[in-house]
Design a protein around this ligand. Structure first.
Ligand code: NAD
Length: 446
């Protein structure tokens, strides 16, 4: 199959490269020439384990190329996949301007029968809007397909080559079958739906996962007050096949380019049809509060005054194994610390450059390593569970810090890690591990 992928970001690049790996002829298009230059030179503009090798191998085999010329790429394609961004507008609604302009350009370039699939996460009805935009610009025959993407950054290649399921929404049986054929080497779990159900299914999946995270975070907050351990609670819940163990890790809440924007967008989608999604509103609110709880704990440890303190921050990406910092909890936490008069020393293994370009430089010392960030700090906040941080020898760490205060926002450290240290330690929903900040457990009477 000849495939053109429009948008070479986290989704488009991984999909395009994996389609080439399956033996198809793929051209990835991006309007950012610096991305295309880097890709043509064998580089990868994002951090995604395993992706660069696949890109280089498939380009060398002549199955994969990169261009900023959308027209030329679309002209020869049997399938055009739209994977441009749908960032949030201030209202929370998805900004469809990138989708609209890609659709218009595709319509102008199309040449002979083409399937146009939308992989971007888009509100219900958008595929019909794309169809109308294309129809207004060409007489060539085409079919629309909704092809929602479920990959996770950090494991995107594996998720694409071994997906849990492929969802194909279309009102053309023949087009759906062609797209199903493309994905059959990857999985048998291929589900064909109508256009609107496929669009809704993507938002519903992300909203449900976000709900699981906010749910376990609230359970963790209650655990702290009643003297239960959220990791044990979550493990026991996860054995129940109706619940499952995934997304039950308590912490400082979700971030990233998908959950925050998709939850807010779904609230707006519901609002447009006069339905108030009360549950999801709470999920969003709980997630916002969860970041601030950690900061309140730090303030309490310092007797209410953060001004003049030096705080090390480990982890800037929204989760490990990615350099994506969009809506990372670190953005809000660092901003709050700096506004409170704190000198922040920050370090992340791969996301420093992206973070600096989004955050700016004000009030932060950017450090070359974890130990450098911790040196001389009055407290350390761990915000992303990178493997590198989990391997830290806490006995050595406490020697380089001015005060041994550790706020573990991702429950990385265990009782054994802490043994023999003098850390004042706070983690989420594990009161028996917390040292120096343990609250008196109330006598429970009912
Ligand atoms: P991204 O911002 O990393 O990439 C989008 C790319 O599209 C950019 O490189 C941009 O330059 C390019 N682009 C925009 N308009 C273009 C045009 N007209 N022609 C050519 N290129 C154009 O975005 P992303 O993270 O890959 O997300 C893309 C979509 O996939 C979003 O709707 C997102 O919600 C969804 N999604 C993302 C993930 C994820 O983990 N990132 C997972 C599932 C779904």
């Amino acid at each position: 199959m000849n495939i053109a992928v429009i948008g070479a970001g986290y989704v488009g690049l991984v999909s395009g490269i994996c389609y080439a790996e399956l033996g198809h002829s793929v051209v990835c298009v991006d309007k950012d020439p610096s991305k295309i230059d880097a890709l043509r030179r064998g580089g990868i503009p994002i951090y995604e384990p395993g992706l660069q090798e696949l890109s280089v191998r498939n380009a060398a085999a002549g199955r994969l190329r990169y261009t900023s010329e959308l027209h030329e790429a679309v002209r020869g394609a049997d399938l055009v996949v739209i994977a441009v961004g749908t960032p949030p507008l201030p209202s929370g609604e998805a900004d469809l301007s990138y989708i609209d302009s890609a659709a218009a350009e595709i319509g102008e370039a199309m040449n002979g029968y083409t399937i146009v699939a939308v992989k971007s996460t888009v509100p219900v009805g958008t595929n019909e809007r794309v169809r109308d935009l294309i129809r207004g610009r060409t007489d060539e025959p085409f079919d629309s397909v909704s092809l929602p993407e479920f990959l996770r950054e950090g494991t995107a290649v594996k998720d694409t080559l071994e997906p849990d399921r492929i969802v194909i929404g279309s009102d053309s049986g023949a087009a759906a079958e062609k797209v199903a054929e493309l994905h059959r080497p990857l999985t048998d779990r291929i589900m064909i739906t109508d256009l609107r159900s496929a669009e809704m299914l993507k938002y519903a999946s992300n909203a449900f996962l976000a709900t699981k995270i906010s749910f376990i975070n609230e359970i963790a907050n209650i655990c702290e007050k009643v003297g239960a351990d959220v990791t044990q609670v979550a493990e026991g819940m996860g054995f129940d096949r109706r619940i499952g163990p995934a997304f039950l890790r308590a912490g400082i809440g979700y971030g990233g380019s998908c959950f925050p924007k998709d939850t807010r967008a779904l609230i707006q989608i519901a609002g447009h049809v006069e339905y108030e999604f009360k549950l999801l509103r709470s999920v969003v609110e709980v997630n916002r509060d969860q970041r601030l709880r950690m900061l309140r704990k730090l303030e309490t440890i310092f007797g209410g005054e953060l001004r003049g303190k030096t705080v090390a921050v480990w982890g800037l990406s929204f989760k490990p194994d990615t350099d994506d910092v969009r809506e990372s909890p670190a953005l809000e936490i660092i901003r709050h610390l700096v506004e409170s008069g704190v000198r922040v020393k920050a370090y992340d293994p791969v996301a420093m450059a992206n973070f600096r370009s989004l955050y700016g430089d004000g009030g932060v010392d950017w450090c070359g390593g974890a130990a450098e960030a911790a040196a001389g700090a009055d407290a350390l906040c761990l915000l992303t569970e990178w493997e590198e941080f989990a391997r830290t020898d806490l006995r050595r760490l406490q020697k380089v810090m001015r005060k041994p205060i550790l706020i573990d926002g991702r429950n990385v450290f265990s009782e054994e890690d802490l043994a023999g240290t003098a850390f004042i330690y706070y983690s989420i929903g594990r009161p028996s591990l917390n040292q120096g900040v343990r609250e008196e457990m109330p006598i429970l009477q009912y």
